[in-house]
Design a protein. Structure first.
Lengths: 164, 191
């Protein structure tokens, strides 16, 4: 399990963070992914690739978390300052760059439908085949391919607009 | 899988292949999709959520919230069971101490009988009749103690022996008195 965490932990957490957009949720669910994988390790033999197996668990947990997520409250400036996760990064420039990159990523992902996000992120983080992606999403292969294509077209269009 | 699906799958597999390079041998459609894919990859890398980012501030502790809840429930259950067992034990000890504690001496006063039968001493048993001895011993010694059983048995035996001795001595006395009476009658010449 330690080897799985070392080899696949970043991919699992990255997938969860991209889907959930909240580091605390991503950390929480990433731990649960590995707990579930450990509990179901006897069934793993039939599943094939480890990262694919872990990302399937992560995808299911992320969907459950999004479904149960309560409407987010709007905080005042003071309230946000109180609740904002503390960062130990000492470099304010790097922090600003990081925040901007995160904002751009979230803006790009926001243009995709949830299922397009899942298809592209499963492909990116797990290198899953499209058959595996379709199986994870519980949809036909054609549907998964169509979502991937449309998602890439949206991202291409956004890139072209940014370059203008 | 029909031909169109197969062609689309191959196209997308090339467009989303690992790496950051744009291959020269891609057709226009694949290149266009590849650009979108590379844009997404760049955004993910810049946001430091790429799969090869080190986990510097993240550690897995194999105890998620659900397990923590179960652990708390199990601990509470175990604690309540311990408390229940302790209370039961304390109640039993109190009950036992009530039974074992010596009560105030109960004496028959002014010829009034005691409400409850007392344990009867062997001497008293010996002076009673056979039936009384057995009934008083049986009534007075009701608790379960092997030593008491032995005392009871000895008391019963003593009562039997003494009763027989009295019977025997009474019988011998009667014979002796009969023989004396016969001797007296012979001496008087009345016989």
């Amino acid at each position: 399990m330690a080897e799985w965490v070392r080899n696949h932990g970043p991919a699992v957490r990255g997938y969860l963070l991209a889907i959930l957009r909240r580091p605390d949720d991503a950390d929480d669910l990433a731990q649960e992914v590995f707990c579930r994988a450990w509990q179901g390790r006897h069934r793993y033999q039939e599943q094939g690739h480890a990262r694919s197996y872990l990302l399937r668990i992560a995808d299911r947990l992320a969907c459950d978390r999004i479904r149960r997520r309560k409407p987010e409250e709007t905080l005042s400036h003071e309230g946000w300052r109180d609740k904002e996760p503390w960062s130990d990064s000492g470099d304010p420039v790097q922090t600003a760059v990081q925040s901007e990159a995160t904002r751009q990523l979230h803006a790009a992902l926001a243009q995709l439908t949830p299922i397009q996000q899942r298809v592209l992120l499963l492909r990116y983080y797990g290198q899953l085949t499209f058959e595996q992606i379709a199986q994870t999403l519980g949809c036909p292969l054609n549907t998964a391919l169509s979502h991937c294509r449309r998602g890439l077209e949206v991202l291409r269009k956004r890139l072209a607009e940014d370059m203008r | 899988m029909n031909e169109e699906t197969r062609r689309l799958q191959e196209l997308l597999e090339r467009a989303t292949a690992p790496g950051n390079q744009m291959s020269d041998d891609l057709d226009a459609e694949t290149s266009s999709l590849r650009e979108g894919w590379l844009a997404l990859s760049k955004l993910l890398e810049d946001a430091q959520v790429a799969p090869d980012q080190p986990l510097d501030r993240w550690q897995v502790t194999l105890r998620p919230a659900a397990q923590r809840r179960w652990f708390a429930v199990a601990a509470a259950l175990a604690a309540s069971l311990l408390i229940a067992a302790g209370l039961t034990l304390a109640y039993r000890l109190l009950e036992r101490s009530d039974i074992m504690a010596p009560s105030a001496p109960r004496l028959a006063q002014d010829g009034r009988p005691l409400a409850e039968p007392l344990a009867v001493a062997p001497e008293a048993v010996a002076k009673t009749t056979n039936a009384d001895a057995r009934s008083s011993v049986a009534d007075g010694l009701t608790w379960d103690d092997p030593l008491d059983d032995e005392i009871t048995a000895v008391a019963q035996a003593a009562a039997w022996v003494q009763q027989d001795w009295y019977a025997q001595t009474g019988g011998l006395g009667a014979i002796e008195r009969g023989l004396d009476q016969i001797q007296k009658d012979i001496e008087d010449g009345t016989l």
